[in-house]
Design a protein around this ligand. Structure first.
Ligand SMILES: Nc1ncnc2c1ncn2[C@@H]1O[C@H](COP(=O)(O)OP(=O)(O)O)[C@@H](O)[C@H]1O
Ligand SMILES: [Mg+2]
Length: 221
């Protein structure tokens, strides 16, 4: 088991108004699984994914990821885990505009103070695997949406994570590019055994996963 979440509730409070967005969610992910979370806009999918990845904390409930209970560790330790053991691909492109593609891909390794000699070949291999090796010296704005999304995936993959969380990775792509990214995610899961937890709006894209769960009004079906 890579992920075990129990009784997750999340309440946002704004002045006197409170909004219970997650109403008690149990969710597990096995080693090497590919799970798609589908559901309407506003149903709480991103909120859940942030909590599973330790970007946000639940109001109630527990998350144990790769054997670590987030309740027992600091945000800093979680951030360190996110650079080493698992990764997150944001819904909206999160590349650094003034860094090259190569620099964007290796950013988690640089932040982790790794030496370039230790990761250069790995970064080039990942770029090749994702078909963006000819773009390494370019800047994000010079790439298509689909290429940018592949750079974000390369950055998520370069650290050899055991789990990758993805928030609508194909949300801003046209049909053909979306399909290409889904094919890539499926091969990453198969070839590298990385567990994937992906939010998607698209039923067709969800079907690339080995399991589909439905989010409805703050609960998982
Ligand atoms: N930081 C926040 N503060 C207050 N409300 C929030 C916050 N983040 C999300 N919400 C609310 O939680 C609900 C679910 O949002 P979200 O998880 O983004 O849904 P989804 O990803 O399924 O579209 C929405 O009503 C949204 O307005
Ligand atoms: Mg969302």
């Amino acid at each position: 088991m890579v992920l075990e979440a129990k009784g997750i509730k999340k309440e946002f409070t704004n002045g006197e108004v409170s909004n219970l967005v997650l109403k008690g969610i149990d969710f597990n992910v096995d080693d090497g699984e590919f799970v798609a979370i589908v559901g309407e806009s506003g149903s709480g999918k991103s909120t859940l994914l942030y909590i599973l990845a330790g970007i946000d904390r639940p109001t109630e409930g527990s998350v144990v990821l790769l054997g670590k209970n987030f309740a027992d560790i600091s945000d800093k330790e979680i951030a360190q885990m996110r650079r080493n053991d698992f990764s997150f691909v944001y819904q909206f492109d999160n590349l650094v505009p003034n860094l090259t593609v190569y620099e964007n891909i290796v950013l988690p390794l640089v932040l982790d103070k790794k030496k370039e000699s230790e990761y250069k070949t790995q970064a080039e291999d990942v770029a090749k695997y994702l078909g963006i090796d000819s773009a390494l010296k370019k800047f994000p704005a010079q790439l298509s949406g689909g290429e940018q999304q592949r750079v974000a995936i390369a950055r998520a993959l370069v650290t050899n994570p055991k789990v990758i969380f993805l928030d609508e990775p194909t949300g801003s792509l046209d049909k053909e590019r979306g399909k290409q990214v889904m094919e890539l995610l499926k091969s990453i899961n198969k070839d590298k055994g990385v567990a994937l937890v992906m939010i998607t709006h698209s039923q067709a894209h969800a079907e690339y996963a080995s399991r589909i769960v439905k989010m409805e009004d703050g609960l998982l079906g």
